[in-house]
Design a protein around this ligand. Structure first.
Ligand code: RP5
Length: 162
């Protein structure tokens, strides 16, 4: 199975990124995690993206806050799918990161999830890998069904409480 590469702009993003690694672990998807910054370590970020396909990655996830150019900088150097996680924090509480991540120019796409949306980033990465992996697709179907069962259980609970 192809690996998921997770890059965060700072180790201060780890509490958010952990939700992605937890989700990938639950689904038995192999991953690597790195701290590379578009601004502080641009050479390492670029090299990682340039070599990602030949190093066995199928999808990349990039998490960053504030002037969050990391996902875009990674996407500029690979044609693997790149998922951006804008991280909350700083004076603008994430609006800056959201716009920096989502507003990519035509030709260099970044699939941007919600602010701090690390679990969905991992699920989207899983869905991309599952296009060619029937076992993983079955796991994702089972997860959807069990998530739905939890909601329906809550629905019952609400009716009983009111
Ligand atoms: C961004 O700046 C990082 O992704 C992080 O979200 C934010 C703050 O980084 P630190 O100053 O905590 O290293 O580049």
């Amino acid at each position: 199975m192809k690996k998921v590469g997770i890059i965060m702009g700072s180790d201060s993003d780890l509490p958010i990124v952990k939700k992605a690694t937890d989700m990938l672990s639950t689904l038995d998807i192999p991953f690597e995690v790195h701290v590379y910054s578009a601004h502080r370590t641009p050479v390492e970020a670029r090299d990682f993206a340039l070599n990602a396909r030949k190093n066995g990655f199928g999808v990349l996830i990039a998490a960053a806050g504030m002037a969050a150019h990391l996902a875009g900088a990674i996407a500029a150097n690979t044609t693997l799918p790149v998922i951006g996680i804008p991280c909350k924090g700083g004076m603008m509480d994430g609006l800056d990161a959201l716009l920096s991540t989502v507003q990519m120019p035509t030709g260099i796409p970044v699939a941007t999830v919600a602010l701090n949306g690390a679990a969905n980033a991992a699920l989207l990465a899983a869905q991309i890998i599952a296009v060619e992996d029937a076992d993983l697709a079955a796991k994702l179907d089972a997860k959807r069904a069990s998530d739905a069962a939890v909601v329906l259980e809550k629905d019952k609970g609400i009716s009983e409480r009111l």
